[in-house]
Design a protein around this ligand. Sequence first.
Ligand SMILES: [Zn+2]
Length: 275
Amino acid sequence: MEKYKIVTLPDDEPYRYWKLFDDTYVIHYGEALDIFLLLGEQKALLIDTAYGRGELPNLVEQLREGKELLVVNTHGHYDHTGGNPWFPRVHMHPNAMATADRAFGRIDPTWLANMPYPDYEKIPVDDGYVFDLGGREVEVLWTPAHCNSSLSFIDHKRRLLFSGDEFDAGQANLGAFESVGAFLKNCQRLKSREADFDFIMPNHNGCPIANVYLDDFITAALHVVDGCPDLVSFDGLPGYKQSHGGGVRVQVGNSCINYRPQGVEPKPFKMPEEK
Ligand SMILES: [Zn+2]
């Protein structure tokens, strides 16, 4: 029996989900967005709520095996927070609180009104916090570069690093040049913790990915900061060229970084659905 009544929208995309481990689900929305459900002995941790479309709450209800559910956002962008109002409490970095409920475009009011917790409680979490799920500790690291509210997580039981949108197999989207320096520091810090994880779990463009991406991202960012960026073309990536107007792309190994060179002002960002 489904617990939550769902309002479907014409542009909803399908979910698929699978077990990476016996106690670890990847919940995949549409073509390129993953969220994660980690089961401990007592509690379950949902990392991100995607857009909250479709059957999300019933899926989580079905997969959490009756365990108390904790919810956390990797950062305050709506493709990671849109489903927060399905849940009474959501953990997030303090910097995410101002943006978590800011949709990218128009939201169907009937769909929104159907969510049970429009005023859900936002619980601040910061660097060093540990989610204790019972036999499974998940450590929080503040890694702001793509977004100033970005949290990464080290799941000590399954030896996974969850990197949010800070970087993925496709790219790191960093915006301003100054963010590349912050990104470099974050990646170097994560690299120093490499003994604690075997794979990286980004939210977009596929997971798990190998730790070696971290080495390539560090080299790519170092070269940018040192003034010798490994520039590549946006050719073949038309959507990116548009959304990163004025920006450039560098590549080292498989790791790409998109950023705006010093002095280049951002152009207004348009989401695909606002075309
Ligand atoms: Zn995202």
